[in-house]
Design a protein around this ligand. Structure first.
Ligand SMILES: [Zn+2]
Length: 85
């Protein structure tokens, strides 16, 4: 299983998604409020096409090696974002 591919198919606002766009606190709050009302109220590309649900399932099934790889990928994506600023 390609761990990076799975993570990229998570909700675009999921903290584990290496493609997650920069969000300020207001974005995060807005989204939290919307999802509190209805869990299916995310309209990012991945949720809209149903990819995020499947990706979420796959992440749940990651074995230890895949979990470690996931942590590395997330760590690297944060570093890259920081370098751009
Ligand atoms: Zn989404």
């Amino acid at each position: 299983m390609n761990v990076k591919w799975v993570l990229e198919n998570l909700c675009l606002y999921d903290e584990r998604n290496p493609d997650r766009p920069e969000m300020d606190d207001e974005d995060v709050n807005d989204r939290a409020k919307r999802l509190a009302k209805d869990k299916n109220q995310c309209f990012c590309d991945n949720c809209f096409h149903g990819c995020s649900m499947l990706a979420d399932e796959l992440v749940e099934r990651f074995d230890d090696r895949e979990k470690n790889e996931m942590v590395d990928i997330i760590k690297n994506s944060r570093q890259n974002t920081n370098q751009l600023q």
